[in-house]
Design a protein around this ligand. Structure first.
Ligand code: SAM
Length: 587
């Protein structure tokens, strides 16, 4: 097996390792702490006649199996292992089929950065490299100089026969650390491979479900002798299924593209960077939780700002990339990345509360995606009640009146004549869906007014739906064709240098752009100082709370509107109960 790290990279990693440090290691069956993993292994041989290294070196195990074995034992013992369970475990590993029942779940470490896993996987890795070399009959010292050393380590461990008596303790620790780093890299790669396989299996499962559904649908169709499609049923199956929504959501974050877009959004990423790096006093020595860490970028900012320990959590497979990125950039002693859903995850042992929660949870119109709910779950569970800081700590949604007939012609009237064809039926969709686009500030003829202030330190999950009245004062004569929604976020709690992230039409465009909704027909011509009054609702969609339902009730401004001019052919546009109520979906 070829080394994952090139020589240059080896050197880079080794510079980060303190060759003199001992690595406290807990043995598998008790709480005894040893100075090195090797000592823990030797103790288990003497005390329990259990040679874990030997077991993990069996040909049917491999690195991935070794990780499972160690986590399986740690997990079982943690569940309350007594001496009879210890014997059961030991007996299990005396049988030939001991890998049976060691499920994928045991890839998740019970002890973060478990030195025993690092030691054992690096020893197996060294053994594999040596074996490959032997198989290839390649005896060139120039090409594989390190194999000789690694062979000694393996023989030493397997035969309990110390061939390294001349090697100083310092050299041994350094060599061990090199192997540990290599093993850690290997672990990430192995875990990523398993998750890629899982993704593939999930995809296959989806396809099978689809095939099963169409079989059932065909059966139904045959039974009722109808040629109608079963789209409605399909929708129900998809949408009523909560976990399915989650699967689509997290799969989308497993792809690099979405992270590239976010990282390249300089207004967004620099706002977080500045908020942390310009407030080092806030971060110095603190424990920070990064909710939805993605590539780990915010975790690394927090670490650079001086945080003592940062824990990044992400449910998407991007968490595995974050692990690699953290290691590559030398933050492995400061940042722990956990793969899992925030709602189900357990923080590393010894961490019950954190000082700061950093998260980039914002969606279109601020609350699309509904990730804020997750952040509040984390806040209520882990943020220190006294002095704990949410980053950002507040957000504000703004609303403005849209008046630009060029936009109306481009978005709505466009469908009247498309290459000579009437596609007016498409208008219904345009008029029912919110449009995420960058709008020129000149197209807005009222001030952008705040309609919703969210105090992230205190807001409750039940307060994440908005119903608000608004009054917009026309500043420039024109017709109202719709509304614009944008938001700002503040980082100012306990900050010496407050930072604001702005996404409004007057700011540098961000990947959130602005959210636009269109009336069914432009209003009358409105004079300067006319007041447009109404009620806005922004609510989580019942079927899929990650989507938004947006509603404008303009009953109070009905004299400004000309919905009465909607002709009889416009019933399509008149889907709501009242002609003055306009409903949209953001999905
Ligand atoms: C908007 S991205 C931010 C990524 C990263 N923090 C950044 O700033 O580039 C949100 C991330 O949160 C993750 N996420 C959302 N809800 C989550 C949950 N309930 N548990 C774990 N991760 C979650 C997503 O998978 C996604 O990677």
């Amino acid at each position: 097996m070829a080394s994952i790290l090139e020589n240059e990279e080896w050197e880079e990693v080794n510079n980060n390792v303190n060759a003199n440090e001992t690595i406290s290691t807990i043995d598998l069956f008790s709480d005894q702490v040893f100075n090195t993993p090797k000592e823990a292994c030797e103790y288990m041989i003497t005390q329990y006649k259990f040679d874990v290294l030997n077991i993990c070196s069996q040909p049917n195990v491999g690195i991935y199996g070794a990780i499972k074995i160690i986590n399986y034992i740690r997990y079982t013992i943690k569940q309350g292992g007594n001496s009879s369970e210890i014997n059961t475990i030991i007996n299990k590993f005396n049988t030939t089929n001991f890998m049976e029942g060691l499920k994928e779940q045991f890839l998740t470490p019970v002890i973060p950065n478990d030195p025993l896993i690092l030691y054992i996987t690096s020893s197996i890795d060294a053994f594999d490299e040596f074996s490959d070399d032997e198989d290839d009959n390649d005896e060139s010292d120039d090409e594989v100089p390190e194999f000789e050393d690694e062979e000694n380590v393996t023989n030493d461990n397997n035969n309990n026969n110390n061939n390294n008596t001349d090697e100083s303790m310092e050299d041994m620790v350094e060599r061990f650390n090199q192997l540990s780093t290599n093993a850690k890299e290997n672990m990430f790669v192995q875990m990523k491979a398993v998750h890629d396989e899982n993704l593939h299996l999930k995809e296959m499962l989806k396809r099978c479900q689809g095939m099963l559904r169409s079989l059932v649908a065909n059966d139904d169709n045959n039974n009722i002798a109808s040629s109608t499609t079963t789209t409605g049923d399909d929708d129900n199956l998809n949408n009523s299924d909560g976990p399915d929504n989650d699967t689509y959501y997290f799969d989308s974050y497993s792809h690099y593209g979405i992270h590239e877009t976010m990282l390249k959004d300089k207004s967004r990423t620099n706002a977080y960077k500045d908020a942390m790096l310009k407030n080092p006093k806030l971060f110095a020595g603190k424990v920070v939780l990064d909710i939805g860490c993605g590539t780990g970028i915010l975790s690394m900012f927090a670490a650079k700002a001086g945080a003592k320990h940062v824990i990044g959590i992400d449910m998407s497979d991007m968490a595995f990339r974050a692990m690699e990125i953290v290691l590559k950039n030398g933050f492995q002693n400061q940042i722990t990345i956990l793969h899992g859903k925030v709602e189900n995850i357990k923080l590393p042992d010894g961490i019950d509360k954190v000082d700061i929660i950093v998260s980039e949870w914002m969606g279109y119109a601020l609350v699309y995606e509904c990730m804020l709910e997750t952040v509040l779950v984390a806040r209520d569970q882990w943020l220190k009640p006294q002095g704990g800081v949410m980053f950002p700590n507040s957000a504000t949604v703004h609303l403005g009146g849209l008046s630009d007939m060029a936009i109306w012609n481009d978005k709505v009237n466009y469908w009247e004549n498309v290459y000579g064809y009437d596609m007016m039926c498409m208008q219904k969709d345009v008029l029912q869906e919110a449009d995420v686009t960058i709008v020129n500030p000149k197209s807005i003829f009222t001030p952008m007014i705040p309609i919703w202030d969210l105090d992230i330190q205190t807001i409750k999950p039940s307060e994440l739906d908005l119903v608000a009245t608004f009054k917009l004062s026309v500043q420039k004569e024109g017709q109202l064709i719709g509304f614009v929604i944008s938001f700002d976020c503040d980082f100012n709690e306990q900050c010496e240098v407050p930072i604001v992230l702005k996404t409004g039409p007057d700011s540098v465009p961000t990947h959130w752009k602005q959210t636009l909704v269109y009336l069914k027909i432009p209003s009358k011509m409105l004079k300067v100082n006319t007041i447009i009054e109404g009620i806005i609702e922004i609510k989580r969609n019942e079927k899929n709370p990650r989507f938004l339902d947006i509603k404008f009730d303009l009953e109070k401004s009905k004299d400004l509107l000309q919905v009465d001019k909607l002709g009889s052919g416009d019933e399509e546009k008149n889907s709501s109960s009242s002609p003055y109520v306009f409903e949209y979906q953001l999905q």
